[in-house]
Design a binder for this molecule. Structure first.
Ligand code: SAM
Length: 238
């Protein structure tokens, strides 16, 4: 997969050199480039923002540098505009994006990017406007980082143990069950007996029940999509 990130703060994306994304780049699974938007400005001050038409507080990102940047890096790509007005980012959307060959992240700042840039981008590739959640960040870089991390860990060959992708939260619509490691007793607290039993069927049933309970407690909004609402009544979970 190829990922290009366009930002006025390239240093914000430095964590992508670390840990698993860094290894994926070393292995050739991920080809990632971060671009400073200011290289596509033409004035002495490298200006990327201006006052909003119609008045109001703050500044808006100018269309010209963004147009030049996207013409240079985004032809034929899926172009992700990170914005609090976008569709919410989910694990399902991470899976969808992980199937693309080329993602470009356009990271907004100030009051956002001139709307005509989004329209122009739609003539170059496929536009997705994506929100990390119902809150406002200072810029799109943190959203681009989070989305990139969630997407690249789904690339075939990225995770050492692909099974951990199958078991984790949201993979089957449920939150993950609680996890434990050694020692079996710590600080007066014991690991649930079933996990020491070696009985794989009992362990699987316990984990499923714990996942259902946790989801019912913390995220009941997720339950209808799992089709588990009836089964949960039998478990005395709801
Ligand atoms: N005035 C904008 C609004 O009310 O929708 C918010 C602008 S915000 C201060 C600056 C930039 O941060 C946005 O253009 C966007 O790129 C990014 N951003 C902020 N919150 C975000 C979120 N929840 N998800 C994705 N990107 C976000």
């Amino acid at each position: 997969m190829r990922i290009d990130v366009v930002t006025i703060f390239p240093d914000y994306l430095a964590p992508l050199d670390l840990s698993l994304p860094g290894k994926a780049r070393d292995k050739g699974l991920l080809d990632l480039a971060v671009h400073d938007l200011r290289q596509w400005t033409t004035d002495r001050h490298h200006t990327v923002d201006d006052t909003p038409y119609g008045g109001g507080a703050g500044m808006v990102m100018k269309p010209e540098p963004w147009g030049q940047a996207l013409d240079a890096v985004a032809r034929g790509a899926t172009i992700v505009f990170t914005t609090p007005s976008g569709e919410p980012f989910t694990q399902a959307l991470a899976h969808e994006l992980s199937e693309e060959d080329h993602l470009v992240f356009a990271c907004g700042r100030y009051e956002g990017i001139d709307q005509r840039v989004v329209e122009h981008a739609a003539t170059l590739g496929t536009v997705r406007e994506i929100s990390l959640g119902d809150y406002v960040l200072n810029g799109g870089e943190v959203a681009a980082l989070a989305i990139t991390e969630a997407v690249v860990r789904l690339l075939p060959g990225f995770m050492g143990n692909a099974e951990s992708l199958v078991e984790e939260s949201h993979a089957d619509g449920l939150l993950e069950y609680p996890v434990y490691t050694k020692p079996a007793s710590w600080n007066g607290r014991d690991v649930p007996e079933v996990l020491l039993s070696g009985d794989h069927a009992r362990i699987a049933a316990w984990r499923r029940e714990q996942a259902a309970r946790r989801t019912a407690d913390r995220r009941p909004d997720l339950l209808p999509a799992t089709g588990l609402v009836g089964a949960l009544a039998d478990l005395d979970v709801r």
